[in-house]
Design a protein around this ligand. Structure first.
Ligand code: NAP
Ligand code: GLV
Length: 323
């Protein structure tokens, strides 16, 4: 059997190499679609990253492919319907990155609220001359109201952290979570509009789907408070970047922090990069050493299961196993 891995990953490949010939794209930047198309021609398994568009055309170029394993929890880069139509199971890495991503969300929330990045720039540029009563003021985090859009694994982990800050928590998702979970997290389901109107901080934890594309656009930003801060560690296209630029520029909202952008990487000429009330990090929500190693291990385990015709431990389209 032959497998292709679209980038070097922090995993022990011995078990995989005992089963298949393993080829790895050696460069730091992702393979082009043309390279990928040629590489998948004779492979049985593909281990990919969220930067690789796995679309119907690519699947057509891979007639032998029997498993796709993505080293990420989100899988919006993969045409899952096309894979399912071919009965190809798609694996992902849920759960193991929940704490790392929730921690990072919290880091962004605190940094945006308390001007950590602006303060660093201020210091390095020589502007720090004295202690000033009104220097770089921000809102209180303790006791504030947090709005969580998507109370799944990561949203719940963010809510747990908010308990320590004595925050009031509103959340929105298509279905309310179980009453016991709501009670444990002290979280109240509300319509999105209500969440936006009432929250001091709004944090996004929904997957990118047709339904969540530009879920936050001009109308939603207009519903937020002028003192509110928006955090996005989910996927860039969930927020309409042009609308966010206008809302930040005109101080319709106070600030934002994004770990994900549309597109990625954000072009250096993007007007968003001219704003002082915005923090942008390069999609590093799950980037703790241990988390990335565990993600790679799970991606390998999914791949091996698929090659052996066994059910994937973490499968996004288990319907492929139905007769
Ligand atoms: P999850 O457990 O599946 O949670 C997703 C939540 O979103 C669920 O509560 C779901 O509830 C809700 N949801 C789905 N569609 C919705 C909609 N249209 N409107 C409102 N709520 C909706 O996923 P997770 O593990 O927490 O991960 C969430 C996302 O974070 C991933 O998909 C990925 O894109 C992103 N992520 C980013 C990083 C990073 O490095 N920045 C790291 C990890 C994950 P309902 O089904 O009831 O609506
Ligand atoms: C990262 O963004 C992931 O989806 O795992």
């Amino acid at each position: 059997m032959r497998i292709y891995i679209t980038r070097a990953i922090p995993a022990d490949l011995t078990a995989l190499q005992a089963l298949a010939e393993v080829n790895i794209w050696p460069q730091r930047l992702p393979p082009s679609q043309q390279v990928l198309q040629a590489e998948v021609e004779n492979i049985d398994g593909l281990l990919c990253l969220l930067t690789d568009p796995i679309d119907a055309a690519l699947l057509e170029a891979a007639p032998r492919l029997k498993v796709i394993s993505q080293m990420a929890v989100g899988y919006d880069n993969i045409d899952v319907a096309a894979a399912t139509a071919r009965r190809i199971p798609v694996g992902h890495t849920p759960g193991v990155l929940t704490d790392a991503t929730a921690d990072f969300t919290w880091a962004l929330l605190m940094a945006a609220a308390r001007q950590v990045v602006t303060g660093d720039r201020f210091t390095r540029s020589g502007q720090w001359q004295t202690w000033e009563p009104a220097l770089l003021l921000g809102p209180d985090v303790a006791g504030a109201t947090l709005g969580i859009v998507g109370l799944g694994r990561i949203g719940q982990a963010v809510a747990k952290r908010a308990q320590g800050f004595g925050m009031r928590i509103f959340y929105h998702s298509r279905q309310p979570v179980e009453a016991a979970t709501e009670a444990a997290l002290n979280a109240e389901w509300v319509p999105l509009e209500h969440l936006l109107q009432r929250s001091d901080f709004v944090t996004l934890h929904v997957p990118l789907t047709a339904e969540t594309h530009h879920l936050i656009s001009s109308a939603q930003l207009a519903q937020m408070q002028p003192t509110a801060i928006l955090i996005n560690t989910a996927r860039g296209p969930i927020v309409d970047a042009a609308a966010l630029y206008e809302a930040l520029k005109t101080e319709q909202i106070a600030g934002a922090a994004l770990d994900v952008t549309e597109p990625e990487p954000i072009p250096l000429e993007s007007p968003l990069l001219t704003l002082d009330n915005l923090i942008i990090t390069p999609h590093i929500g799950s980037a703790s050493r241990q988390t990335r190693e565990t993600m790679a291990e799970i991606a390998i385990a999914n791949l091996i299961a698929g090659l052996k015709d066994e059910p994937l431990p973490h499968c996004v389209n288990p319907m492929v196993y139905q007769r």
